[in-house]
Structures are given as C-alpha cells and as structure tokens.
Design a protein around this ligand. Structure first.
Ligand SMILES: [Zn+2]
Length: 244
C-alpha cells in the first residue's frame, strides 16, 4: 500500500510566497487536490484556510475557496469550487494565493498576538478574518476600556517590532507550560518540535503555526470595535482596521 501523501508547508518558512510550482500527489473523493508542496495555509488555529487558484499545465484555472488539512494533518487538501477539470496525480501545476486576503490574515493574526501582550489573560477562543478578528479572554473583572486597549495596541504596532520564529522540542514546551496563552487551541505538537513566534525581544512569545508579518508596523492602525461580555468571566474583544 502506498504511504499517505504529505505536503511541504512552504508558508511556514516564508509566509510571503504568493505562488509556487507543485506536483499533484492525490485527488480526494470529492475532488480536493493534494500537492507535494504549497503556499496555501490550511485552516487551523482560528486562521481561515487560504483561497486562490490552481493553474493547470494547459492554463486552466481552478478556483480554490479554501484549504484544509487531510485526516492525518500531514497533507493539505485544496478544495476546488467545480470538479470538471480536476488534475491527476503526477500533473505539474502552479498554486496561486488570493494574496490580498492572506496578507490581511497575516496582519490581523499578528495584531492578535499583540493583543495578548496588552491583555495578559488566558485566551479561551478566537477567530481571524480579513476585516474583523476577535479573541476571547478569561477576565474575572470587567472594566476594560476599549480606547485604552486600542491605544496600547497601536503603540506596539507603531513600535515596528520584528516578528521571528524559533523551534523547541515538544518536551521543552511541556516543561514550560506558561508559554501557552491560548487554552482553546492546542499548540501544533506531535511532530517532535514546536514553532515559537517571538515579537520584539520580550513583547510576546508563544507557540503558533499561523502566518505572520515580519514587522509589526506592517499591520497598520487597528481599532478595538467592541468588548462584549460572554459569560461570567469571558470577554470577547473585537478588532477592525482603523481605516475602513
Ligand atoms: Zn500566530
């Protein structure tokens, strides 16, 4: 029996690649396309899967509304909108991101890291979007001032801190549970090593498998649009772009 196909996640080392050449390794029962390598982020950790197109060797463009992990998380499946001209294993294709949408996700995602630095409380949930994102915090008392949070966040953004990554082993992470801020999203463990994302020297450090900008200044100004009470100890903080 052939081993299950794996996909090299190019976005992990270079989140700024908008396209890549690849070889089709599998086509799922419902027409999803698995590639040997991809720039498409697969939905996970509160970040949506990327959208874009797969260009076949004859120039045909297949619309890809999203990308998801295969059942083993080793492969990434590019879901296709219509399955009339799906390629075959062995075909060479080019994967193109909807870069505008992805870059917004990268900026929002990095802004949420900064939000956890401003609000140093456990995170219980979250969702990233191209226009609005949110994080839920376990905060015993209310009294959060959304203008003050907006101001602190924009100060960190304007600080133009570097965003870098480093790797530790699963065992090192288990020995330092304080690194995990997000209780609802398990860090991407199981492969023997976990990526930590660091902002500045000491602004933020946490395990994360998502896509980020390289400098916080790229995020641009954001605004805390709403702070909602969700349950006794839960506060939902919503972020939007300041210029939209
Ligand atoms: Zn992240």
């Amino acid at each position: 029996m052939a081993s299950a196909p794996t996909t090299e996640p190019l976005f992990r080392d270079d989140a700024y690649m908008p396209s890549c050449e690849a070889v089709v390794t599998d086509v799922t029962a419902d027409g999803g396309v698995v590639l040997d390598r991809t720039v498409f982020y697969a939905a996970g950790g509160g970040q949506p899967g990327d959208a874009g197109r797969i260009e076949l060797s004859d120039g045909t463009m297949l619309a890809v509304p999203t990308a998801v992990y295969g059942p083993d998380r080793a492969s990434i499946v590019h879901q296709v909108a219509e399955t009339t001209s799906v390629p075959s294993p062995g075909d060479r294709v080019v994967a193109h991101l909807d870069w505008d949408r992805r870059y917004r996700h990268m900026r929002m995602h990095t802004a949420l890291h900064l939000l956890t630095a401003v609000l140093a409380y456990p995170v219980t949930g979250g969702q990233i979007g191209a226009d609005e994102s949110r994080l839920d915090f376990d905060i015993p008392d209310g009294g959060l001032d959304k203008d003050a949070v907006t101001e602190a966040l924009n100060a960190l953004i304007a600080g133009d801190h570097s965003v870098t990554s480093e790797w530790i082993t699963d065992a090192e992470l288990e020995a330092n549970p304080g690194l995990v801020k997000t209780m609802s999203v398990k860090p991407p463990m199981g492969a023997g090593r976990v990526r930590l994302v660091r902002i500045g020297e000491e602004v933020d450090l946490q395990p994360c498998g998502g896509t980020h900008v390289l400098k916080t200044g790229e995020i641009g100004r954001v605004v805390v649009s709403k702070i909602e009470k969700k349950g006794k100890q839960n506060r939902r903080v919503r972020l939007q772009w300041a210029d939209s």
